[in-house]
Design a protein around this ligand. Sequence first.
Ligand SMILES: *Cc1c(COP(=O)(O)O)cnc(C)c1O
Length: 460
Amino acid sequence: MTATDVDPWESSTLADCRKLATEMIGRQTQFDEAFFICDLHDVEYKCRLWRQSMPGIVPYYAVKSNPDPLLCRVLFTNGVKFDCSNQREIKFVLENVPGAKGSDMVISNTAKCVKDIAFSFEIGATLMTVDSVEELVKIVPFRERARILIRLQSSERTSEITFNRKFGADNDTILKILIKCKELDLNVVGTHFHVGLGFVSPLIYDESIELSRAVFDIAKEMGFTMNILNIGGSFPGGVRRRKQFSEVAAVVQRSLERNFPTGCGVTVIAEPGQFFSTSAWILCTKVVAVKDTSIDKTHNPGAASDLRARLSRMQRRHLKLNKLGESHSQEEVADAAVGGIVAKEHHVVLARNVFLNESRSNVIPRAALPYLDLHFYRVGKDEEIPDIGDGGTDSKTVLWGATCNPIDHILEWGHLVDFKCNEWILIDNMGTYSRAFQCGFNGFGIPPVHYIGHGARKEA
Ligand SMILES: *Cc1c(COP(=O)(O)O)cnc(C)c1O
């Protein structure tokens, strides 16, 4: 086994992050804001893993998954280019990544603003995708330099989140685009697809590459010379997803050998977002409140939800107690207690509600959360918080986000976890579609980032 075979999360990354988190929390006991730690070593590792597993495929990092300046610099230093959507993302790359140029970008938005198209050409970003005849008209003024990729409807078999409903040309539209490009004298250079999110079968890459081959063949018959195949994103990048990534890489390699063999003159590119941005980031967040919902098992175990019955029962008991207190001795009170009037209650916690100082309305992923396989760790302890299922009881632990938004619910464990107020929790796999949505909703602020690894000092 070589050094690069070791998954850094199984070696040192989590340990490094935990060490820094412990130091930071210890330094400032009144420290109340959540913060991120980004391990740039992990980003470098991902670049090596890509080169090994996807030889010859040029990665264009989907900036939208985590627009972080240092992350982008480390990627660019390691040969990664950029997938940008619009003028702001392009400017972000130009301003934050020394050396990056328009020619290092693919503009993969199929519904572009006219101004953004002009800006792209101004700075030399000439490779862009379309999925409609209408979009072509906007590109005509730049026809000398434009290099067009047709976005196809990919195979989304087994994908949970579809892109095809919003993006991608169906077979009919592909033909119309090719015909229109002939008519307008536009340069079509290849195809593009995105397999969707949350897929189970990696074969959808093969099916989409095969479809691309068919389009290349038709385009050739029509007199176009296509030479760029863009296989999009969705490559798994989570801490525990290395095996799944390897399976995808194997399927892609085999499919390319069959459909676009070496020497066929086609450059293959991809747009990985989550692959590069997921695993390098952990969020350090604090438990700010713990609130138990419990029932009184002794008196009426089955009727926990019948609040009215419970209230009237308690009222009767309080009346009795008050009367005893007024007119009887302590002994009589004790006798009454033994007699069952005020039997010692046996509390059963049904739900432990745990509130963090971060939220799904800010940096904890919203739409992507179910697909990210987040794990939770306690600062200072080595083990993660296990999901041991229902633990044989009806009790559960509910993790809530900080905001007053009632749907700001993070997840549930089917058992009671002994969370304590003020303790710190680390969440892994937190780099993708997380900070990208941060907005400071409800006054909870934007978590700062602390970096580990090469280039970490450049920020200052
Ligand atoms: C978001 C996006 C990507 C990146 O997807 P990941 O699932 O994060 O890899 C790539 N290409 C396009 C066109 C996208 O919209």
